[in-house]
Design a protein around this ligand. Structure first.
Ligand SMILES: [Fe+2]
Length: 228
């Protein structure tokens, strides 16, 4: 009997220790973006009207990488873009055995996820992209009374769901739980359904998220905006 495993779901987990000044700048940037959330109708009026007409909620319709020049933290943004891209290329090499990882043209969007006590990220996946990088910029220290109840417990744990659908057997461990801490960085395929436990700590918890799409070495490079 020959058995091979197919269609694996590679999840990368590693520490990315940002220089403290760079980290502080990115935190200040995310706090400012958070304060500007109500200005979506001014910054992206077409998207805002569409969102209202379809009655859906979106709070991060921006791209820190493309708007870097508009911020005093430009150098910190560019440094993070470099680190994120290098990490993603390493992921592609190791996880998918892409020998041409350094040649690939990448496109992407970077945005923040800022939450205070009681907040959580509801279940979702990232449509229209290939992979997602999450960097925990600041997870304030906290005592979590539920920590250790099970591997799924824990303040603001990231929960990633088995993408295989309703398989009957084996049915165990269909949730991968990753405990957050400052500096932890995760890369996962964009189609993986995920969410977080509520954040029960004090203070503001901040993440940077990058949506990556590979724009070369595939059919996507042939796409063009249509004339009609
Ligand atoms: Fe996400």
């Amino acid at each position: 009997m020959k058995i091979t495993n197919h269609w694996v779901t590679p999840i990368a987990e590693f520490d990315l220790a940002l220089p403290q000044p760079m980290r502080q700048q990115l935190m200040a940037l995310l706090q400012r973006k958070e304060a500007d959330r109500d200005k979506l109708s001014e910054s992206s009026p077409d998207f805002f009207r569409f969102m209202q007409s379809k009655q859906f909620y979106a709070s991060t319709h921006y791209n820190l990488f493309s708007e870097a020049n508009q911020h005093p933290e430009k150098n910190a943004i560019l440094s993070f873009e470099l680190l994120a891209c290098n990490a993603y290329r390493q992921y592609l090499r190791q996880a998918l055995n892409i020998e041409q990882a350094d040649e690939l043209k990448l496109v992407g969007r970077c945005f923040g996820n800022v939450q205070i006590t009681g907040g959580r990220t509801f279940p979702h996946y990232h449509q229209s992209v290939d992979h997602v990088l999450i960097h925990y910029l600041d997870i304030p220290d906290h005592n979590d009374p539920e920590l250790g109840k099970s591997h799924r417990h824990g303040t603001h744990a990231l929960l990633l769901q088995d993408p295989r659908g309703a398989v009957n057997y084996p049915y165990w461990e269909k949730v991968l739980s990753i405990a957050p801490c400052t500096g932890k960085t995760i890369i996962h395929p964009a189609y993986v359904w995920h969410e977080t436990n509520p954040y029960r700590g004090q203070g503001t918890r901040m993440c940077l998220v990058v949506n990556f799409q590979i724009a070369s070495h595939s059919y996507i490079e042939l796409h063009k905006e249509l004339r009609f």
